[in-house]
Design a protein around this ligand. Structure first.
Ligand code: ADP
Ligand code: MG
Length: 251
């Protein structure tokens, strides 16, 4: 099976603070991989390194068959840009442009970055909004939408550039509990359509039932990774079992 993401021995420190000590895992094409772990374990930093918002110190990263970071360092700017265009990112706090309409939020990157025609970008955006159940919200502004609606717009925006892989950083953790379901259900739909996704999440039900593999991170290392059914049915490491017990008590 082809890997769309390969991460080997990734390391990242902020000054003296070592946040990613040694991270290795793969994401196969068409699969969903969940990353779970306590707050402060480096999950957001990992996604920020993989999406080039942050520079890792060392390691090897290959995205869609293209080396991004090698033993000799980062590739040239042109290659890095090409890789960036193949990936999408959905943040915890939506990060929509507040002064743009929903439609413009979605068409901005296709028009400005990919130089697509406005009419084509608009038509594609309307199709994405329909898929997200938001076709009536095209002319609204982000502040007029609920958190769940804003996050679905953010997912439509990430899809608008036709990425091969989408990264999600705790996409439901800023939402009221009654709104998480609508976001998880569009993510489940994307998974069923074969979208490749790497999802940092606290939603154990999503990790267990939608992702094919779960990676447990703690203190900058991968403690355990396994096919999700197996991971939750019989975690091997005591640290994994302790984390799952803690999570079960707080839910
Ligand atoms: P998680 O997403 O798992 O909660 P983070 O990746 O956000 O973890 O943070 C891991 C650690 O890195 C934390 O101790 C955090 O304070 C630190 N950290 C994150 N970003 C920075 C930064 N830009 N500068 C310094 N420390 C940072
Ligand atoms: Mg985080």
């Amino acid at each position: 099976m082809e890997n769309l993401l390969e991460v080997r021995n990734l390391k990242k420190s902020f000054g003296k603070l070592c946040v990613l000590e040694d991270i290795s895992f793969n994401v196969e094409k068409g699969k969903v991989v969940a990353i779970i772990g306590p707050s402060g374990s480096g999950k957001s930093t990992l996604l920020r390194c993989l999406t080039q918002l942050e520079r890792a110190d060392s390691g090897e990263v290959t995205v869609c068959g293209e080396e991004m970071l090698t033993k000799d360092g980062y590739r040239d700017a042109k290659t890095l840009r090409e890789i960036r265009l193949k990936t999408g990112l959905v943040f915890q706090n939506f990060n929509l442009f507040p002064h743009f309409s929903v439609l413009r939020n979605i068409t901005e990157a296709p028009v400005r970055v990919l130089k697509r025609g406005k009419a084509e970008a608009k038509q594609n955006a309307m199709e994405l909004l329909k898929k997200m159940g938001l076709e009536t919200k095209a002319d609204s502004y982000p502040c007029e939408l609920s958190g769940g609606q804003q996050q679905r717009v953010a997912i439509a925006r990430a899809l608008a550039t036709d990425p091969e892989i989408i990264y999600f950083d705790e996409p439901t953790s800023a939402l009221d509990p009654e709104l998480t379901g609508e976001v998880l259900s569009v993510m489940r739909k994307l998974a069923e359509e074969g979208m490749t996704m790497l999802v940092v999440t606290h939603e154990m039900g999503f990790a267990r039932n939608v992702s094919s593999k779960t990676v447990f991170m703690e203190n900058g290392v991968v403690v355990e990774q396994a096919p999700s059914q197996q991971f939750f049915a019989s975690p091997k490491e005591e640290r994994t079992r302790a984390f799952l017990r803690r999570i079960a008590h707080t839910e």
